[in-house]
Ligand binder design. Structure first.
Ligand code: 5GP
Ligand code: ZN
Length: 109
């Protein structure tokens, strides 16, 4: 847990759409699509660049959690987006997967 990280705080507050073993899904506060969820690892990993900090098993379970979250929200067709670094549109430096479904605005970030 990083004390100055917004998403670490949201993880600990427990107001989740969905909770898995080591991962949570929350609604994006500023949705860019009809359904706009964020899937986050509970553990603080700043960006997708550090993906190798997850074990093979954790990385697989994280991706499965993204797919299961979308399915549970009734989405069959959707986008999964990860913004990486400031230049990639990332504004919160705790790894997260955007899940966007239904009517779309622009890409997040
Ligand atoms: P990024 O730009 O880093 O890829 O995505 C960060 C996302 O976090 C944005 O889509 C933004 O709307 C969302 N966000 C920022 N602050 C909050 C917050 O306090 N609560 C929630 N649920 N989402 C937030
Ligand atoms: Zn964090």
């Amino acid at each position: 847990m990083s004390s100055d990280c917004l998403f670490c705080q949201l993880v600990s507050e427990g107001d989740h759409v969905r909770k898995g073993e080591g991962f949570v899904a929350i609604n994006d506060i500023n949705p860019q699509a009809e359904t706009h969820l964020l899937v986050l690892p509970e553990r603080h990993v700043p960006t997708f660049r550090e993906i190798s900090e997850f074990s093979d098993d954790e990385a697989k379970r994280m991706l499965e959690f993204v797919a299961e979250t979308a399915r549970e929200q009734g989405l069959e067709d959707y986008r999964v987006v990860v913004n990486v670094g400031e230049g990639g549109g990332q504004t919160v430096f705790h790894l997260h997967w955007h899940v966007l479904g239904g009517r779309m605005g622009g890409l997040p970030g």
